[in-house]
Design a protein around this ligand. Structure first.
Ligand SMILES: [Zn+2]
Length: 93
């Protein structure tokens, strides 16, 4: 990791691309749990290999929202999984 990466605040989930929560700050996990895929920072997403596994499992089980209320709200607003996943930074794909 470069110094630049370490000072970065990541407000986009590395697994699913959900944005709206700070997951990593200055290279450290915030222990935030993604309301979408349910990943906790540093648990499923500490490595590209690990998060690909997690993402594959999550998508393979229908990409269910961890926070079903929030999921319902987003779906009413026309939530689109592929659109959201397009926000995942290229290094975490
Ligand atoms: Zn997520």
């Amino acid at each position: 990791m470069s110094v630049e990466d370490e000072v970065e605040t990541e407000a986009v989930c590395r697994v699913c691309g959900y944005d709206g929560e700070v997951f990593w700050e200055g290279g450290w996990p915030t222990a935030a749990i993604c309301p979408c895929c349910g990943n906790e920072s540093d648990v499923g997403d500490a490595s590209v290999m690990g998060l690909r596994n997690y993402r594959g499992y999550w998508v393979g089980h229908g990409a269910q929202w961890n926070d079903s209320l929030e999921g319902r709200r987003r779906k009413q607003q026309g939530w689109d999984l592929l659109e959201q996943m397009a926000q995942i930074p290229s290094r975490w794909r």
